[in-house]
Design a protein around this ligand. Structure first.
Ligand code: GRF
Length: 204
C-alpha cells in the first residue's frame, strides 16, 4: 500500500507565527504527512513572513495597504491559495476576517486555533493578552485551547478539539499566556495529525 500523498497546507498569519513554525517543523521532520506550500500575511512586517522565507516557503503580503479594495484582496488571497493547490488552510494568529470568496473556496477546509475554551472568551475584540487578562479577572480555575472550523464570524465555527489548561492562583496574564502557548504548539500539531488521518472529520 502506498502512503497518502502529503496534504498541502496554506497559512494565514498576522504576527509572530510561532504556531505556524511548530507545524512547519512537524512537516519537515515527518511527524505530519503534510507540506507547507504558502504563507500569507496581512502584515508586511510579520515575523511569520520571515519564518516562511527562512523555511523556503513562498510568502506573500496581502493586506489593506497593498490591496485596499476588500473584494480584490479576498480574490487575491483565494487565488494564491488555489494556485498553490492548498488542501487545508491553517489560521494561526490571523487577526482579519476571511472574505466570502476565500471562505466559499475553502469551506470545511479552513481551521483556526484560539487560546481559550470557546465559546468562552471568544469573538470580536478577544485576542492576544486580552483573553488571558479576562480569564484571570473572572477568577477562572481553568482555561485552554480550542481548534475550530472557520466560518464568517470570529471564533464561531464548529469546535474540532479542545484541551484544558489549569489557571494557577498566582498566575499573571503573561505567565498564563506563556503556558497556554506551549500547549498550543503541541496541540495544533496533534490535532492536525488527527484531521489528516480522518480521525477528526472536518465535514459532517
Ligand atoms: C495564538 O495564541 C493563537 O491561539 C491566536 O493568536 C496567537 C498567535 O501566536 N489565534 P503565534 O503567531 O502563533 O505565535
Amino acid at each position: 500500500m502506498t502512503a497518502a500523498k502529503p496534504a498541502h497546507l496554506g497559512f494565514l498569519v498576522s504576527h509572530r507565527g510561532s504556531n505556524m513554525q511548530s507545524i512547519i517543523d512537524a512537516c519537515k521532520d515527518g511527524r505530519l504527512n503534510a507540506e507547507a506550500v504558502a504563507v500569507i500575511s496581512n502584515n508586511g512586517d510579520a515575523a511569520a513572513l520571515e519564518r516562511a522565507e527562512n523555511a523556503g516557503i513562498p510568502a506573500y503580503h496581502i493586506g489593506g495597504t497593498n490591496f485596499p479594495d476588500e473584494q480584490e484582496r479576498d480574490r487575491v488571497i483565494r487565488d494564491t491559495l488555489l494556485r498553490h493547490k492548498v488542501d487545508l488552510v491553517i489560521l494561526a494568529g490571523y487577526l482579519k476576517k476571511i472574505g466570502p470568496g476565500t471562505l466559499r473556496a475553502f469551506k470545511g477546509r479552513m481551521i483556526n486555533i484560539h487560546p481559550s475554551l470557546l465559546p468562552r472568551y471568544g469573538g470580536r475584540g478577544m485576542y492576544g493578552m486580552k483573553i488571558h487578562q479576562a480569564v484571570i479577572a473572572a477568577g477562572e480555575t481553568e482555561t485552554g485551547v480550542t481548534i475550530h472550523l472557520v466560518d464568517d464570524a470570529y471564533d464561531s465555527g464548529r469546535v474540532l478539539a479542545q484541551r484544558r489548561v489549569p489557571v494557577k492562583s498566582d498566575d499573571t496574564a503573561e505567565r498564563l499566556a506563556e503556558r497556554v502557548l506551549k500547549v498550543e504548539h503541541v496541540f495544533y500539531v496533534e490535532t492536525l495529525e488527527k484531521i489528516l488521518s480522518g480521525e477528526i472529520p472536518l465535514l459532517q
